[in-house]
Design a protein around this ligand. Structure first.
Ligand SMILES: Nc1ncnc2c1ncn2[C@@H]1O[C@H](COP(=O)(O)OP(=O)(O)OP(=O)(O)O)[C@@H](O)[C@H]1O
Ligand SMILES: [Mg+2]
Length: 360
């Protein structure tokens, strides 16, 4: 279980993460969703101990990432936004190196073989990482996170830069891993979160605006769902007739062009107007060319929540009314200081010097 309590990260006067509190239970696949600069990577870096928080706490299975970092980090596999790969190493050398670095106790060969099989990198195992495609490098990044078989996987944009086929493969891999691990992943791809995650946290400007299941969110946001009908016939008459239908609150004309005209019909909550609509159109002989409910996608929800127009307080109320637990309060302040994970810090450093070397 991961407990994040009142987490805040400030960079000078800029608040990157603003008092975030949430709990992730064992075996959950949680998606962090948010626009650029929302604070996703910052939150993940703090959870993994790569960054320290300005205040608040993170506990992994009860171990505080600041006061018991070894116990906490042992339980986490991390794929940072920029995977800490050593480009001059072969995949074999690299995974063995990570194995040593993490001081893994599992039998070396079978453990590494099993990971390679799982992330499908056997065929590139003897090759140098710098010669691998982006997708394979990303897989190697996921493989290094799996070394030591940690219970928790934290994957920062695991599918970024991959082609659609690779995206599907990596998504399936994450789903598979989700059966035996607790997974947190961040993404800009809304359909990805919908496809992979059981729970979604939407972050905007450092604040958690929503914490719920993708299904619940769509349902709540579309509770005031309207119906879109494309009808052929005299526009004014149709408009007037639709407005006079029982259960209709309002009607707007939308897209014309092609055949007929689209009407957005907003029913009074609780009314299903489809049958009455059918009878009306049949009676008047106005052909119905299309009928659909305007159910919101996660994408619509995301845009509504992050453009500041949504009533997030009302949404939160609605979600809680559905039995969603309110967030817990509490937590202790932590010191403002940057800590580097033993593996990631060194790897990042090595990559930096390598990059410098390459630049020469
Ligand atoms: N070292 C830093 N110094 C100052 N500000 C920073 C630093 N790192 C991040 N920030 C700021 O903190 C905010 C959150 O950044 P973060 O990288 O967590 O966003 P993100 O949600 O991961 O975005 P993206 O989708 O682009 O990866 C941004 O406004 C960013 O500019
Ligand atoms: Mg990021």
């Amino acid at each position: 279980m991961i407990e994040v309590t009142n987490l805040t990260k400030r960079y000078g006067s800029h608040v990157a993460v603003d008092n975030a509190t949430f709990t992730i239970h064992d075996g959950e696949i949680l998606g962090f969703l948010g626009p650029n600069g929302a604070g996703k990577s910052t939150t993940m870096n703090i959870i993994t101990g790569y960054l320290s928080a300005t205040s608040g706490s993170v506990k992994i299975d009860g171990y505080d990432i600041l006061t018991a970092p070894l116990e906490a980090k042992k339980r986490i596999g991390f794929l940072p936004e920029l995977p800490p790969l050593y480009l001059d190493m072969t995949v074999k050398e690299y995974l063995n190196f990570v194995y040593d670095l993490k001081k893994v106790k599992l039998p070396r060969r079978p453990h590494i073989n099993e990971i390679c099989r799982l992330v499908k990198i056997q065929e590139v195992y003897p090759r140098q990482i710098k010669n691998l495609s982006k997708g394979y490098r990303q897989r190697v990044g996921i493989a290094q996170a799996l070394v030591g078989n940690p219970d928790v996987l934290i994957l920062d944009e695991p599918t970024v830069g991959l082609d659609p086929k690779q995206i599907i493969e990596i998504r399936n891999l994450i789903k598979l891993l989700g059966k035996t691990h607790t997974v947190i992943l961040s993404s800009h791809i809304l359909s990805e979160v919908q496809a992979v995650c059981e729970r979604v946290i939407i972050i905007n400007q450092g604040r958690i605006v929503v914490d719920n299941t993708p299904e619940n969110l769509s349902r709540i946001m579309s509770d005031d769902h309207s119906i879109i009908a494309r009808i052929e016939g005299p526009r004014r008459e149709i408009m007037a007739a639709l407005k006079s239908l029982k259960g209709v609150k309002s009607v707007q004309a939308a897209g014309a062009g092609g055949y007929g005209q689209e009407y957005i019909i907003n029913p009074i909550v609780g009314y299903d107007i489809r049958r009455a609509l059918f009878s009306l159109l049949a009676e008047k002989n106005w052909p119905l060319l299309m009928l659909k409910s305007s159910e919101m996608t996660l994408e619509d929800i995301f845009l509504r929540l992050t453009d500041g127009t949504a009533d997030t307080a009302a949404l939160e109320k609605a979600l809680q009314a559905r039995g969603d637990k309110p967030q817990e309060a509490g937590g202790q302040p932590a010191e403002e200081e940057e800590t580097a994970d033993f593996a990631k810090g060194e790897a990042a450093e090595a990559e930096q010097s390598q990059a410098e070397e390459e630049a020469k």
